[in-house]
Design a protein around this ligand. Structure first.
Ligand code: GLV
Ligand code: MN
Ligand code: MN
Length: 416
């Protein structure tokens, strides 16, 4: 192998460049409708134009680039991923899919190749849902399933989504116009780091995703009574944080020992929040996922029963709000076959694996058949600054996607 990779060198350079755009120096955090969102979008739109695409920001802040086919206006093969991040994120989760797709289009353009279909690349504005505890905002807008009630959701800076969208320079009531028609999209393909250890264990750079696990998220509030930490006897307390601790342990207990089932409490706030005050009010998140919907639904029922029992026993007021729900989404068999063929053409063995993480494809499945290519990442680490993918694996992934695009055969039979 030469000491330069054909496609990967520029992809990695751009991963680094985009990774510098953060609200906090030295730590990557980029949430939707922020100044960093705007700077990242401008950079991505510029890369799309350099690659020969017509590029624009859509009504929810997605960066959308279009490379016309042999004639203008043909239905497209849509490629994409997201460019928002979690807090203290790695650089690869999301951007690898956006940047690799742009680089594949740039390669077609350099060779003057026009296909019998258009290629669109979408950088989705919000997949992680960090700012408003909702997720898949960008892809649900394109799929036409954006829930307008979310515009009233408040972030921790006190702004509602409606206010944040306006401050960003977009019109909240126009978000519906980002929706695309099913007949204009042959398929949606997302390339993404695996975020788990399977490919590493199998010593493979890329793999074919079979399905994306369903997920449900809740915001739980417990109200007790704040009081003096030195004077209120233990038997007379209504400590909301001690109650939350029981609830968190219950979530963990219910999710242990069942294959494909995971449960996480990742956010918690306690008020009033002082060493010498009994916490009177607690709010926390619950994220439950399973590869089978029935298992997830049964677990939700049991966890909520536990929470009600704990709240009643501790004399706490309990409020439960569901903030997200998405069933398990299958990747279309016909796309899995074409991805597998592209992997084989690169000289790699083909392995299939499910995705435990959520992806924009979950929302896009409402409007198109979806397929996903996973890329090995070091130690399976993700949602962490140590997230890393080797340049050789980026090259293998880019060549797989490029081969897939050039050999893509649209499917006209009934779906899946
Ligand atoms: C997205 O990264 C998710 O799976 O939560
Ligand atoms: Mn993520
Ligand atoms: Mn992601």
């Amino acid at each position: 192998m030469s000491d330069r990779y054909r496609l990967a060198d520029r992809i990695v350079e751009r991963i680094e460049e985009l990774g510098e755009i953060s609200e906090t120096p030295g730590m990557l955090t980029r949430v939707c409708f922020s100044p960093e969102h705007r700077r990242a979008a401008d950079l991505i739109l510029g890369w799309m134009r350099d690659a020969g695409m017509a590029a624009r920001m859509d009504e929810i802040g997605n960066a959308v680039g279009r490379y016309e086919g042999a004639q203008p206006g043909l239905p497209c093969l849509m490629l994409g991923s997201h460019y928002d991040t979690v807090r203290d994120a790695g650089k690869w989760d999301g951007p690898l899919g956006v940047i690799t797709a742009i680089e594949c289009v740039a390669d077609l353009a350099r060779r003057g190749l026009r296909l019998p279909l258009a290629i669109e690349v979408v950088g989705f504005a919000d997949e992680e849902g960090v700012r408003f505890s909702s997720t898949l905002l960008g892809s649900s807008a394109i799929a036409g399933t954006f829930d307008k009630r979310l515009l009233d959701a408040k972030g921790r800076d006190g702004l509602t989504m409606r206010e944040a969208v306006l401050a960003f320079g977009l019109e909240p009531d126009a978000i519906g116009r980002a929706a695309r028609k099913r007949c204009g999209i042959h398929a949606y393909i997302e390339l993404h780091i695996e975020q788990g250890p399977v490919l590493e264990e199998k010593d493979l750079p890329v793999g074919v995703v079979t399905a994306i696990s369903g997920a449900s998220r809740f915001r739980i509030e417990l109200d007790g009574r704040a009081g003096h930490a030195g004077t209120v006897p233990m038997t007379l307390r209504r400590d909301a944080l001690a109650g939350a601790a029981d609830c968190i342990a219950a979530v963990e207990r219910r999710c242990c020992g069942v294959a494909g089932l995971v449960g996480t409490v990742g956010q918690i706030t306690a008020e009033p929040g002082a060493t010498n005050v009994i916490p009177g009010r607690v709010s926390f998140s619950v994220d439950l996922r399973a590869s089978e919907d029935q298992i997830r639904e049964n677990t939700i029922a049991r966890v909520l029963e536990d929470l009600r029992e704990i709240a009643a026993r501790r004399n706490l007021r309990l409020a439960i709000a569901k903030t997200h729900e998405c069933g398990t989404v299958q990747c279309a068999v016909w796309l899995r076959e074409q991805i597998a063929a592209a992997i084989k053409a690169g000289g790699h063995s083909v392995t299939e694996l499910p995705s435990g993480a959520g992806h924009d494809g979950m929302a896009m499945a409402d409007i198109a058949d979806i397929g996903m290519i996973f890329v090995r990442c070091r130690d399976g680490v993700s949602h962490h600054p140590d997230e890393h993918t080797e340049t050789a694996d980026v090259e293998a992934a880019a060549l797989t996607l490029l081969h897939f695009i050039e050999n893509f055969k649209p499917h006209t039979e009934p779906r899946i």
